[in-house]
Design a protein around this ligand. Sequence first.
Ligand code: ADE
Length: 232
Amino acid sequence: MKFSFVTIFPNLIKPYFEDSILKRAVDNGFVEIDFYNPRDYSKNKHKKVDDTPFGGGAGMVMTPQPLFDCLSDIKSKNEDLHFVFLTPVAKQFNQKDAKRLSKKKHIVFVSGRYEGIDERVVEEFADEVFSIGDFVLTGGELASMVLADSISRCVKGVLGNATSLDEESFEEGLLESPTFTKPQVFNNLSVISEFLKGNHSKIRSLKFALSKAKTKYFRPKMYIEAIFKDIK
Ligand code: ADE
């Protein structure tokens, strides 16, 4: 899997791949990353990449020329690209998207800054547009890292123990049940006793019940969808 990050702030993203699981994924060749800065493509003598919005309004918008030239350059140098734009005005990214996108060969994440990107760039290049939630960030970099992280861990070989992918939250449309580790008793608080007894079918059904209870409490809409999905 290759990720290209298009951003005027590559240094916000680079450190994330210099530690932990993603560092190992890069070192072991499961994930490759590179960076393109639209500023390097700006034809403006001051390397400007933003301008005021037509029709008025607050803030600045990323101008089309640097991004058009940057993305065209990436297109001319690579095959099998999938362009993903990050903006709060889009469908919310989820685990199904992460799994689906982990099968792509090369994803180009385009991060906007200021008040957003001139819509003509999005129309021309985007294969998909994602938001990571109903809140506004200072730019798309954090969102592109969120996607790259969750996509990476779905890439075969990136996680040591692949079964952890099957048991985690959202897999059955439900949140994962609570987990515990040693010690059995900590500060007078005990682990659920059934988890210690080794009756695996009992543990499985208890985990399923806890998973449903957690989902019903924290995410009632998700719970209803999961419960009724087999009836539809
Ligand atoms: N850019 C700014 N806010 C964002 C969000 N919530 N999701 C994706 N990209 C963004």
